[in-house]
Ligand binder design. Structure first.
Ligand SMILES: *[C@@H]1O[C@H](CO)[C@@H](O)[C@H](O)[C@H]1NC(C)=O
Length: 417
């Protein structure tokens, strides 16, 4: 009883304060609060003038034709590869002159082969990627010059350029050998993992901006839900014995807190999902099969403090966004203490996180809007690429030097596409 009272006290206090300082009531100082620990105002950087990108023109079978076959590719969480292409085509950083380019971009849609339920099948992706690289390396001189070290690729698969949705298989495959020197722009991020190489840019998954916008509720609405989560706790089909899916973390959330009145958690996905997040103080973002999920984007956009349960996760734009300040990080093994950990966070700390989340730059950085807007995820990707310039001198190979081996990889990957 005592504990429930304490919780209620904390929760009520938080509402009251939130009510008082609701987004509308924020004064200029609070809105522009600078975040200690982040690299100053990097989220607000404007990449225009800092880099030039050359977009290879590929036959439409590598991009547009694939999309024509399945328009669902425009709405799923892997859609960043398509929108990044569209964005670059009309971006002021695009150059038509490859001689003056800092970066080369190959528009190839490798996640747009979907199952009837809408999950991407990565089996042809390596062949398709290989075919695209073969094409650019024979039609233009720029690939051979560096073997891709000044090229970037968007690979939003579960495990990036490892091109498999099962972690063991992904690890076994490793990053596609031809992409070893390129910069990878990917949603997958986990420290010390073979599918995340150094220098990659971790991005948020795609979440539909208009749809989210359509579900906004008045910002002064009190946050009456303490902890919110919707999603799977077990994956009975792919993990019948349990323990592998989410490394048991989601199962532990359910087993420990299903009857806890502070936890609004369930597998049912309600039509009020987006509204509910705006009525919640904490939103759980546990790993699933991969550490990342769209929940992180949704939590930030809806001002719900993300509770990140995914050991070693590398978060999107981690060099620009102060995740430690806006979120709560919980080790997977500490899930049984989730209630005590969250209820013992000081209300001022909760409020500060909510204020930082209310910063429009933070939300903008998580989204891929059409048309693009300043400070959005497209611009953050460009900022990330610009910060890697100038390229190291050794990106250029000596005449006749070859580093990549075109003959390695599973035989299936070496077949023509
Ligand atoms: C690049 O190198 C490959 C052999 O590794 C060669 O077949 C191709 O013609 C070269 N491309 C150009 C544009 O010279």
């Amino acid at each position: 009883m005592m504990r429930v009272c304490e919780w209620l006290f904390v929760t009520l206090l938080v509402y009251c304060l939130v009510g008082r300082f609701g987004v509308e009531g924020l004064d200029q100082n609070t809105l522009t609060e600078r975040i200690s620990g982040s690299a100053g105002d990097v989220l607000e950087d404007n990449p225009v003038g800092k880099l030039q990108v050359y977009v290879y023109e590929l036959p439409s079978k590598y991009n547009k034709k694939i999309l024509q076959k399945d328009s669902r590719c425009l709405n799923h969480m892997f859609a960043a590869e398509i929108f990044m292409h569209r964005f670059l085509l009309s971006s002021p950083v695009r150059t038509r002159n490859p001689e003056e380019a800092d970066w080369f971009y190959t528009p190839v849609y490798t996640t747009c082969d979907l199952t009837p339920t809408g999950l991407p099948l990565p089996f042809k992706s390596p062949r398709m990627m290989r075919s695209a690289i073969q094409l650019i390396s024979s039609n233009w001189p720029y690939w051979n010059r560096t073997e891709g070290a000044d090229h970037f690729f968007v690979v939003p698969h579960d495990f990036g350029a490892c091109f498999h949705y099962q972690e063991e298989k992904a690890i076994e495959r490793g990053i596609l050998p031809l992409l070893r020197r390129a910069t990878l722009v990917q949603t997958f991020g986990q420290r010390n993992h073979v599918c995340l190489k150094e220098g990659s840019i971790t991005i948020p998954p795609y979440a539909p901006p208009q749809k989210m916008q359509a579900h906004l509720i008045p910002p002064e609405t009190p946050r009456s839900i303490f902890v919110y989560f919707r999603g799977l706790f077990y994956d009975v089909n792919n993990d019948p014995e349990g323990g592998y899916y989410a490394r048991g973390a989601r199962a532990s959330v359910w087993e420990n807190f299903k009857n806890n009145p502070l936890f609004d958690i369930s597998t049912d996905h309600p039509t009020t999902y987006y509204e509910d997040m705006q009525r919640s103080i904490f939103c759980l973002c546990p790993l699933g099969w991969a550490p990342w999920s769209p929940r992180l984007v949704e939590a930030v956009v809806f001002g719900c403090i993300p509770v990140i349960i995914a050991d070693d996760i590398v978060l999107p734009f981690a060099d620009a966004i102060p995740w430690e300040d806006i979120g709560v990080f919980l080790a997977e093994k500490d899930v049984p203490n989730l209630d005590t950990i969250l209820t013992s966070i000081e209300p001022e700390v909760v409020l500060r996180k909510q204020r930082l989340l209310a910063n429009p730059s933070m939300k903008q950085a998580m989204l891929f809007p059409q048309p693009a807007q300043p400070r959005d995820a497209f611009h953050q990707i460009l900022n990330g690429l610009a910060r890697k310039l100038p390229h190291d001198k050794n990106v250029h190979l000596k005449p006749g030097e070859k580093i990549l081996d075109w003959s390695v990889g599973p035989v299936g990957d070496l077949k023509p596409w």
